[in-house]
Design a binder for this molecule. Sequence first.
Ligand SMILES: [Zn+2]
Length: 178
Amino acid sequence: MTLILPVPDLKTLGAPVLREVARAVPPAEIPHLAPLIQNLLTVMSQEHGVGIAAPQIGRSLRVMVVASRPNLRYPDAPLMEPLVLINPELVQMDLGVVWGWEGCLSIPQQRGWVGRSPTVTVRFHQADGTLATQTFTDFVARIVQHEYDHLQGVLWVDRSIDRVSEAEYQRRQGSHAG
Ligand SMILES: [Zn+2]
């Protein structure tokens, strides 16, 4: 028997919620976010994402998840437990720019060439409500900036200077994976 859990729809390009500036979560409401966080983790896992933000499942709230893992372009990317960031604030960014192909669960089958800061420091509430400040680098910094953009109603299509199909991206990576 298969247990089918209700999973909210993944919102894709054109959904108005993806263009809204998401609402901050009042600290008193953080303990009530558990079902939303579980839904985010479920959808991210089902879609093989390395991050997700609440607007992508139709909730205009400042909640995002970062979950790096090694991949073709970033073989040294850390494999991390999903990190939940609530009301994140970018407190410092390296002025340098690193360019890379970026995908988004909400923009299936496309990749954009996007410049991101290589280092970003973020202050945020954790799922248990405590405040944390953490510095992220390289691929993880890219994920953090991508997910933070979602909370601002910004998508990679707004930043990219080039885009390719997923098939072309895979071809350029020289992937022979089945
Ligand atoms: Zn995205």
